[in-house]
Design a protein around this ligand. Structure first.
Ligand code: NAD
Length: 369
């Protein structure tokens, strides 16, 4: 019996619909040529939802997301909606869907494709072959901790405060995600904290050590202070396999790591909740209003987000490898969208890039037959 999985598409705003449209063709290809039959449906989110139904986060979208096996999001936002009250802005839709699906683990790979190694701001030998995964805790820590606020003191000065807070189950569940990933990769986890200054992250470190000893003694666990980790990411990023860290440290470190490899148009991400709930897959970039509607957007970040979906939501490793290799081959053939354009390469638009990846998939299937 053929296994069937349902993917909810949330194209959103700006270049979102353009990059999702190219990815849908890839999804259809895998549906016809792989072990799993994929069905898709589309729901509204962000500015597009506000325009159609007056809210950036319609109830129907939540219901459809919860019924699906995985969600693929394009991007939300744009100048058209910037003057709306905060509750009506497109970003409310994005935060809303992450919250409703209880996505506590954000996975951001930083992979350097050989063909793009010279586009990095770092030297070729430091960056070539880079393949690291940053796991960021997404629903706790200082971004959500109470108490928080700004108060005026009796002497008229002001005091602003936020609270870094984690419980041991929160540390354990994100730690488990990191160890499980490492088990399928290089077997090494580096936990990043500031245990020398912050009691909360001292507890984080102790819980990571306990979890490691209890459940993953066969894997390697190391620890690094966040300031050193930021430096090491730029000095020698290839020393890492999986890095796991708190919400705020992960926010900063994942941006550093992703920029090691070049354009925003290349960077996928996944956000996962507890087992059995749908994961959310999306490019790291936004809606790029400056190039929206011009057919110039790079669809690779969204296509690689679908490769992550194949790997992490559907356990289809060979299919994920096939898709990632197709992207590598197309880059090696010299095709480039504007954001990754280099001298001597052939500039293509969104559709041509999508079609070239499809063609490469088809020819690798023929070669394997
Ligand atoms: P952005 O990521 O949209 O664009 C930054 C720059 O990168 C632009 O020059 C853009 O043209 C380029 N770029 C981005 N993606 C590209 C792609 N796939 N191909 C080629 N070039 C690409 O960030 P921004 O300009 O700061 O934000 C624009 C809007 O997107 C804002 O409304 C912002 O709130 C929203 N945003 C949404 C998300 C999301 O949906 N997850 C993330 C970030 C920003």
């Amino acid at each position: 019996m053929t296994v069937s999985k349902h993917i909810l598409l949330l194209p959103g705003d700006g270049i979102g619909p353009e990059v999702v449209a190219e990815t849908v063709k890839i999804i259809e290809w895998f549906s016809e040529n792989g072990p799993v039959k994929f069905t898709t449906s589309t729901s509204l989110l962000g500015g597009a939802a506000y325009d159609a139904v007056g809210t950036p986060f319609p109830e129907e979208t939540v219901t459809n997301a919860k019924k699906s096996d995985a969600v693929l999001l394009g991007a939300v936002g744009g100048p058209k909606w910037e003057s709306l009250p905060i509750a009506k802005r497109p970003e409310k839709g994005l935060l809303g869907i992450r919250k409703e699906l209880a996505l506590f683990a954000n996975l951001r790979p930083a992979i350097c494709f050989d063909a793009l190694a010279d586009a990095s701001s770092l030297k070729h030998n430091i960056i070539a072959g880079l393949d690291i995964m940053i796991v960021r805790e997404l629903t706790g820590g200082i971004y959500f901790g109470q108490p928080r606020g700004v108060e005026t003191l009796p002497d008229g000065t002001r005091r602003g405060f936020n609270t870094e807070v984690y419980t041991s189950p929160e540390v354990e569940r994100i730690g488990r995600v990191a160890f499980e990933l490492a088990a399928k990769r290089g077997g090494r986890v580096c936990s990043v904290d500031k245990a020398n200054v912050l009691e909360c992250t001292e507890m984080w470190r102790e819980e990571m050590i306990k979890l490691h000893q209890k459940e993953y003694p066969q894997l390697e666990l190391s620890h690094m202070y966040v300031d050193n980790a930021a430096m090491q990411l730029v000095r020698n990023p290839k020393q890492f396999d999986v890095m796991v860290t708190t919400n705020m440290f992960g926010d900063i470190l994942s941006d550093i790591a992703s920029m090691l490899t070049g354009s925003l148009g290349m960077l996928p991400s996944a956000s996962l909740g507890i087992a059995g709930t749908p994961g959310l897959y999306e490019p790291v970039h936004g809606s790029a209003p400056d190039i929206a509607g011009k057919g110039a957007a790079n669809p690779i970040a969204t296509i690689l987000s679908f490769a992550m979906m194949l790997r992490y939501s559907f356990d289809l490793k060979p299919e994920a490898d096939l898709l990632e290799n197709a992207v590598k081959n197309v880059l090696a053939q010299g095709l480039r969208t504007g954001d990754i354009m280099q001298d001597g390469m052939k500039k293509v638009g969104t559709k041509e890039m999508g079609e070239a990846i499809l063609k490469t998939l088809a020819s690798s299937k023929r070669a394997a037959a």
